[in-house]
Write a protein that binds this ligand. Structure first.
Ligand SMILES: Nc1nc2c(ncn2[C@@H]2O[C@H](COP(=O)(O)OP(=O)(O)OP(=O)(O)O)[C@@H](O)[C@H]2O)c(=O)[nH]1
Length: 973
């Protein structure tokens, strides 16, 4: 029977077969056999239904043989053949016996009869396809189907399997060309085409979660021939159904095609990874639909077409494709050589994208490493505000503690990591590590420390008088100028003629038909008062720089300029002493210009007024300028609030107790106000203005002397009025504790200076200390003194100030001095009762001074007294040897003393020509025959030396003695 007849029989018997290659069971075969016996076709004589072709060739001969046996044998032969197939590749498997007989005649010649029908095989595909569509859908095989279960029709298989195996090659371009590929469901499950045949499967394209789906590797079973075949069938159905649809539909199909092809690509390791993490069953559900369509499309497209697409991808549609490449490359790593080449560059941006990629991790590591490197960078500038431990310093300098300890050790300082270093020592260490150090005090000294105005004040601001500071070099006439302005003679009353502490004076100036107040701060011009001047600048609004016309710009002039600039206040230059003969105005202007103070006359911006303070010349112009600049500055404050300001000066008055000069910078200070200045609590008992008049209030820019402070506050401290007394007290208490702690640290630091910074000298016994207790009238004087002392050379003798405080010298101070071997220095202060007596009893030296120069001189003297004296040669005389007298084993030199004298037991040097032949002690000196102690010049004498007898006439004797000589501090330096 012919195959189609057999298939017809199968159809009748309801045996599910697709074509002649389909596998049937033994039972089904038996049924078919019995049915076939009755089939009409089996009754007909078997005749070939076509003419033998050339291809058939020699098949003619066996035909007669095959005829007789054909009816008996075909079934068995078919089964036998089928059993051999499973192990063969699909193509081989796909060749059923009937087909193989067409190509190879040998089986036909076998003893078992075979029908010659194989020659009709070429016509079969059409017949095969029909039944392939008709059969009910086969349920998806749960396991990979063995080829024996569903050998495909030879032709159909060739069409399908080839593209299937080539898919990875052809797919890539498609994949790359369409971003929609992000969502391709797997078409490799053709068993489920009907589940979701929607072409809209492309929609998920935009959904990021769909991406991982794309990356899913196709399962091995998905490329089973049977699956593809079924997919094809299903796809054909769908094609038929959709041929009438619109172009849009086609487009959708195209998309699906792409997705279909995509999935067939071999998975990459990353895809596998992604799959593990992202895959979901739901996503898998969608695949069959797309797969079926893809299969269909695949069938319709030739490889050539694919390649054309690929070309298009990287051609006309460059932009889009590029984007697609970016996406898809991250998803799949297709092994496709051609497209790989094209897509290589596009992998770069993907690698750059943030994420947990290896590249990203490396970048993170690099960033971390860079951070590490940044952290390791050492600072080049260090700001030190207070002493600190070795550990803290090491941290600041970003070095190991051992490094700091090593540096200290090399300097002769043994320290551990908890050792506290003073700023000086810390600076030394930092400089060793090439790090500059600046101390906070230096930086902030001249700055306006805190803003006096609060936000609430802004609505109630009123004009206030300017606070003017007069600055300049020593003796350039600051006090005289101020004196001239306020028409008093302050300068004459000052000790030593020098201003020694800040004074604040109010001056009423006629201005625009009224009176304008100006507050002047008279700051000292001596170098020692630098700190105080800086403080003066800190509260000032305008600086008057006094420069003597006959002296020009001097070091402290420059210093004053820098302070004014640091405080950002305008500078008015008063060129003083223009009445003097040596006055050179232009020279002063020139010198100032070199320091960026260019006079207005020369096109600059600095107001310069030539004046004579002594003669009162041109002072009006100067004051006019002050008011003008003040106007421009628009100085304001809020008088309707509790006062806030700065302590200008403070001292202890025997009768009045602590007295503080306060400059009110904002608000109004009233008698009865409770205030805290620094750490000092106070309740204003009385207020006195600069003219000695009692006042009840002090408005902004007013300076008053306040009584009622509990202690002497430090000059330069800010003060603030508190509404609540309790709060004020607690605030003061807190600050006191803080200060006590700081003082303690300073005391420790003072001791450490001698122990640490100078430990090397101390070890060698060279270090001496001069312990001092300094009491002064006011805080400002103390600072000036301490500043001056600090400038004394202390490399061999160290000045240690054990105590410095304003007030009179008390018995307690004497006790302290006695215990520590200190000298008490009193500056502008007096002795408390009993102090002198106590000092006499304890043998304590109390020195009192009212001029700073004298004080410093004495201290220098005391320090020099502590210096180790030096031994120096002192020449005694010279003698010439004129005769040599042998005496026993030795010899006596007969000499003539040419200068000075020779003294017995003095040191002598015997010179012969330019050589020194002996150096030692002159043991015997005789005049005539008598031993004498010394012989003067012009006389002859006999000289004997125990260890030397090799005299020669003409030798010269130099006599000298070693004496100690007191050293000066400058020499010691
Ligand atoms: N010829 C002349 N001498 C003046 C003038 N102004 C000041 N002097 C003199 O210069 C000297 C110093 O004057 P002071 O006012 O004490 O100078 P200072 O700058 O305040 O000095 P310190 O307080 O030490 O900083 C005094 O002898 C003054 O008489 C002036 O305009 N002309």
């Amino acid at each position: 029977m012919e195959n189609k007849d057999i298939l017809a029989v199968c159809d009748q018997l309801n045996i599910a077969v697709k074509n002649h290659s389909s596998t049937i069971t033994e039972e089904e075969a038996a049924k078919i056999r019995s049915a076939a016996k009755n089939h009409p076709s089996s009754q007909k004589p078997n005749q070939p239904n076509r003419k033998p072709t050339a291809k058939d060739g020699n098949a003619r001969k066996p035909r007669p043989i095959s005829k007789p046996v054909k009816q008996d044998r075909p079934k068995k032969q078919q089964i036998l053949e089928l059993r051999k197939q499973p192990s063969k590749p699909p193509e081989t498997l796909a060749s059923p016996p009937s087909v193989s007989t067409a190509d190879a005649p040998e089986p036909l010649q076998a003893p078992k009869p075979v029908r010659p029908e194989p020659t009709r095989a070429p016509e079969r595909p059409a017949a095969v396809e029909k039944p392939a569509i008709k059969p009910p859908p086969v349920a998806p095989a749960p396991k990979p189907a063995s080829p024996t279960l569903s050998p495909p029709a030879p032709k159909a298989e060739k069409v399908l399997t080839k593209p299937a195996t080539q898919v990875p090659e052809m797919v890539k371009p498609q994949l790359l060309s369409k971003p929609t590929l992000n969502t391709p469901p797997k078409p490799t499950r053709p068993e489920e085409p009907k589940v979701s045949p929607k072409p809209s499967a492309a929609a998920p394209v935009v959904e990021p979660p769909a991406k991982p789906v794309v990356t899913e590797p196709p399962r091995p079973r998905l490329i089973r021939p049977i699956s593809i075949t079924k997919a094809k069938q299903q796809a054909e159905k769908e094609l038929e159904a959709s041929t009438a649809k619109s172009d849009g539909g086609d487009a959708a199909k195209d998309n699906n095609d792409t997705t279909e092809l995509l999935v067939l690509k071999p998975p990459t390791s990353r895809q596998k990874k992604d799959k593990r993490s992202n895959k979901s069953d739901d996503q898998l559900e969608d695949r069959p639909t797309k797969a079926s369509k893809a299969s269909l499309k695949q069938k319709r497209r030739t490889q050539k077409e694919m390649e054309e697409d690929e070309d298009d991808l990287f051609g006309a549609d460059g932009a889009n494709s590029q984007a697609a490449v970016d996406v898809s490359q991250s998803l799949v790593r297709p092994p496709k050589p051609k497209s790989m080449k094209q897509s290589k560059p596009t992998t770069v941006p993907i690698n750059r994208s943030p994420g947990p990629s290896k590249g990203g991790n490396r970048r993170q590591r690099n960033r971390y490493r860079q951070q590490q490197e940044v952290e390791v960078e050492r600072p080049t500038l260090l700001t030190l505000t207070s002493e600190l431990t070795v550990q803290a310093l090491a941290a600041e300098l970003v070095v190991p503690e051992t490094e700091v300890i090593k540096i200290l050790f090399m300097k002769g300082i043994a320290a551990n990591i908890n050792q506290v270093l003073d700023i000086e020592t810390a600076t030394m260490v930092a400089e060793e590590l090439d790090c500059e150090v600046e101390t906070q005090e230096e930086e902030s000294e001249a700055r306006k420390v805190s803003e006096m105005l609060d936000v609430e004040d802004l609505e109630k601001l009123q004009a206030r008088p300017p606070v003017v500071t007069i600055m300049g070099h020593v003796d350039h006439g600051k006090t005289t100028l101020l004196d001239a302005i306020r028409e008093t003679k302050v300068a004459q009353g000052e000790a030593g003629g020098i201003t020694q502490h800040i004074g604040a004076y109010h001056v009423d100036l006629p201005h625009e038909d009224g009176i304008q107040q100006v507050v002047f701060l008279d700051t000292p011009g001596h170098e020692a008062f630098t700190a105080m001047r800086a403080r003066g600048t800190r509260v000032t609004d305008i600086a008057i720089l006094v420069v003597a016309a006959d002296d020009g710009v001097r070091p402290q002039t420059l210093e004053a300029i820098s302070h004014a600039r640091a405080a950002e206040v305008p500078i008015i230059v008063a060129i003083n002493k223009i009445d003097k003969e040596g006055a050179q105005l232009d020279r002063v202007r020139q010198e100032l210009s070199e320091h960026n103070l260019v006079p207005e006359d020369w096109g600059g911006e600095t107001v310069m007024v030539p004046v004579s303070a002594l003669k009162g010349e041109n002072l009006d112009t100067l004051l006019e300028m002050v008011l003008l600049v003040a106007e421009v500055e628009d100085l304001q404050a809020n008088p309707d609030r509790p006062a806030k300001g700065t302590v200008i000066e403070a001292h202890l008055d025997k009768a009045k107790g602590p007295v503080a000069s306060l400059l009110v910078q904002n608000g109004t200070l009233r008698v009865g106000d409770v205030l805290v200045a620094g750490s000092v609590f106070g309740k204003v008992r009385a207020m006195v203005d600069d003219r000695g008049a009692r006042v009840e209030t002090a408005s902004p820019s007013f300076a008053v002397e306040v009584l009622g402070m509990s202690e002497v506050p430090a000059a330069g401290e800010e003060f603030e009025v508190f509404v609540d007394e309790k709060e004020a007290r607690s605030q003061a208490g807190q600050r006191t504790d803080q200060q006590r702690h700081t003082r303690l640290q300073q005391a420790m630091a003072s001791r450490r200076v001698s122990l640490n910074a100078l430990s090397e000298q101390a070890r060698e016994g060279e270090l001496k200390e001069l312990n001092l207790i300094i009491k002064a009238d006011v805080q400002g004087s103390l600072e000036a003194l301490l500043g001056s002392l600090a400038q004394l050379p202390q490399n061999e003798v160290q000045v240690r100030v054990l105590l410095s405080a304003p007030g009179e010298i008390s018995e307690t101070d004497v006790d302290l001095a006695s215990a520590s071997g200190a000298v008490i220095i009193g500056f502008n202060t007096s002795l408390a009762s009993g102090a002198r007596q106590a000092a006499d009893q304890a043998g304590v030296d109390i020195r009192e001074y009212d001029i700073i120069y004298k004080l410093l001189e004495d201290i220098e003297g005391a320090m020099e007294g502590l210096l180790e004296p030096e031994f120096v040669e002192e020449d005694l005389g010279e003698a010439e040897v004129r005769a040599v007298f042998p005496v026993g084993r030795g010899a006596i030199a007969g000499c003539y003393i040419q200068s000075g004298k020779l003294v017995r037991n003095c040191r002598i040097r015997i010179q012969r020509g330019n050589d020194v032949v002996f150096e030692g002690i002159l043991d015997s000196l005789k005049r005539m025959k008598d031993d004498v102690r010394e012989v003067n010049s012009g006389y002859e004498c006999g000289v004997g030396v125990d260890n030397f007898s090799g005299w020669t006439e003409g030798d010269r004797i130099e006599a000298y003695q070693m004496v100690t000589k007191r050293r000066t501090l400058s020499a010691a330096t």
